[in-house]
Design a protein around this ligand. Structure first.
Ligand code: SF4
Ligand code: SF4
Length: 413
C-alpha cells in the first residue's frame, strides 16, 4: 500500500494556535484527495459527520447527543440510534452562555451550553434525546438548564469507583438507560444488538489505539495535533474505519518537521481538548515539544479498555468498562496515576504537562497528586497549565513551556 498520499516525506509544519493546521497532504477543502488522505479526511470531520447524521435522520434514525466518556455509546447504538458528542470547544459560544451561567464556570461547560442558546450546533438541533451524566457540578447543573428546552436523560454516576455497591448502582443505571431508550424510541434492545455494538466499538477503539501507538516510536510519523484531529464526534462511521486503517498502514516512515529527535516528548494529561479548543496542544508543539501521548478523554483514556462482547451479562460488562474510566470526578482516582505511569513509560515521555480548564475544580485539586506522583515517583518534570478558551495568555504559556523544555534539554547535555 502506498504511503499516506504517496509522500513518505510529507512535511508537517505546526500551525499558529489561532489558525488550525492545514493537513500536510491536502487542505480541509481538498475534495479530490479527501478519501485518499486520512489527514484531509479528518480535516473535513464535521462536514462528514453532518452528512452522515443528516442522511441517518432522513432515514428515521434517532440522533442522541452525549457530553461525556462515561456514557456508553454501545447502548445507544444497540437502540438503533447514532450517538454524537456535543462538547463545545468554541470560545465564541461563551458570551451567550454567560447570560445564564456564571462566568466563573469551566469554558467547556459554557461553550457547550452557548451552542444550545445560539442554536448553533446542528447536531444538537437534530438530536432526539440528550444523555447526560452526573460528573462535575458545573455540567450537572448546566444540564438542568439544557433540559428546559430539550429532551434529556441523566445517568447517575456513583463517584467511589472501588465500592462494590457503586458498581452495582452503575449497572442499574445502565439498565434504566436501556429501558428509557426502548420506551423513547419504541424499540427493543436485544442482547444480540448490544453484543454487536460492543464489537463495533471495540473495533474502533482498537484502530484508534493502534494509531496512537505509532507515537511510541523514536521518530513518530505524525504530530500530537495531527493525531488529536484523527477522530470524529460520531463514533464508528464505516468511512472513518477505512481512514484509520489507511493511516496505520501508510504513516510509518513519514517524517515530521522539525524531527522528533529534536523535540521534547510530552505526555499531556488533564481536561479534554474539545474540537476547536486545541490551542495549548499547538503551543506545546510549536515551542519544541511533541505530544507523544494524550492521557485525557480526547486521547487514550477511553480507548485503553475494551468490553467483552461474549460476557454473560453484556450490560454488566459495559458498566465495568465505563466505571474504570479514571476521571477526576471519582474519589479516589488512583487508577489515573497508574495509567499515567504506564503511559509515560510506554511512550517514553520526557515530561508531563497537565492542562486544566479554569474552574475545573476536580482536575485542579487532583493536579496536586499528579505533580507529586510525576516528580517523586516517576522522576519526570511536571508543568501545570490553567487556562480557558481565550488566546490572551498564549505568549505566557509559550514562555513557560519553553522554559520547561530548556531545563529538560539542559539536564540531557
Ligand atoms: S474528563 Fe471526566 S467528565 Fe470530562 S468527558 Fe472525561 S470522563 Fe467525562
Ligand atoms: S473540564 Fe472539568 S469542569 Fe469542565 S466539564 Fe470537564 S470535569 Fe467539568
Amino acid at each position: 500500500m502506498s504511503k499516506c498520499c504517496g509522500n513518505r516525506n510529507a512535511e508537517v509544519k505546526n500551525a499558529d494556535p489561532c489558525a488550525p493546521p492545514e493537513p500536510a497532504c491536502g487542505g480541509a477543502g481538498d475534495k479530490a484527495k479527501d478519501t485518499n488522505c486520512p489527514f484531509a479526511w479528518f480535516g473535513n470531520m464535521v462536514e462528514h459527520c453532518h452528512a452522515y447524521a443528516t442522511a441517518e435522520k432522513e432515514k428515521g434514525t434517532k440522533i442522541v447527543g452525549i457530553c461525556c466518556e462515561y456514557t456508553p455509546r454501545e447502548l445507544i447504538m444497540a437502540a438503533g440510534a447514532v450517538p454524537v458528542c456535543l462538547c463545545g470547544g468554541d470560545a465564541d459560544m461563551i458570551p451567550a452562555a454567560e447570560e445564564q451561567l456564571p462566568a466563573t464556570l469551566c469554558p467547556l461547560v459554557k461553550s457547550t451550553f452557548g451552542y444550545s442558546v445560539q442554536e448553533a450546533n446542528p447536531f444538537l438541533e437534530m438530536a432526539d434525546l440528550l444523555v447526560a451524566e452526573t460528573t462535575c457540578d458545573g455540567k450537572k447543573k448546566m444540564y438542568e438548564l439544557l433540559a428546559q428546552a430539550r429532551p434529556m436523560y441523566v445517568l447517575e454516576l456513583p463517584q467511589k469507583p472501588d465500592d462494590p455497591d457503586a458498581l452495582q448502582h452503575w449497572v442499574l443505571e445502565l439498565e434504566k438507560l436501556k429501558d428509557h431508550l426502548q420506551e423513547q424510541f419504541r424499540t427493543k434492545i436485544s442482547t444480540v444488538k448490544i453484543r454487536e455494538a460492543i464489537k463495533t466499538m471495540n473495533r474502533e477503539r482498537a484502530l484508534r489505539r493502534r494509531l496512537a501507538e505509532l507515537m511510541k516510536s523514536a521518530e513518530p510519523p505524525l504530530t500530537g495535533r495531527e493525531l488529536l484531529d484523527m477522530k470524529s464526534i460520531i463514533s464508528c462511521m464505516p468511512a472513518d474505519f477505512e481512514q484509520y486503517r489507511k493511516a496505520i498502514d501508510g504513516l510509518p516512515g513519514r517524517q515530521i518537521d522539525p524531527p522528533a529527535s529534536s523535540r521534547t516528548r510530552v505526555l499531556l494529561t488533564g481536561v479534554p481538548l474539545a474540537h476547536g479548543a486545541e490551542r495549548v496542544m499547538d503551543i506545546i508543539e510549536q515551542h519544541g515539544g511533541l505530544v507523544v501521548c494524550q492521557e485525557n478523554c480526547t486521547g487514550l483514556k477511553p480507548l485503553l479498555e475494551d468490553v467483552e462482547p461474549d460476557a454473560q451479562d453484556p450490560i454488566h460488562a459495559l458498566a465495568e468498562k465505563y466505571f474504570h474510566l479514571p476521571c477526576s470526578v471519582m474519589t479516589k482516582n488512583d487508577r489515573r496515576l497508574e495509567s499515567i505511569a504506564t503511559l509515560a513509560r510506554d511512550y517514553n515521555a520526557h515530561c508531563i504537562i497537565e492542562l486544566i480548564w479554569q474552574a475545573c475544580l476536580t482536575y485542579d485539586v487532583e493536579s496536586h497528586f499528579v505533580r507529586q506522583f510525576a516528580e517523586r515517583e516517576l522522576g519526570i518534570p511536571y508543568l501545570r497549565i490553567e487556562t480557558d478558551y481565550s488566546p490572551s495568555d498564549s505568549a505566557r504559556i509559550a514562555m513557560r513551556v519553553e522554559a520547561l523544555f530548556e531545563t529538560i534539554r539542559g539536564k540531557g547535555d
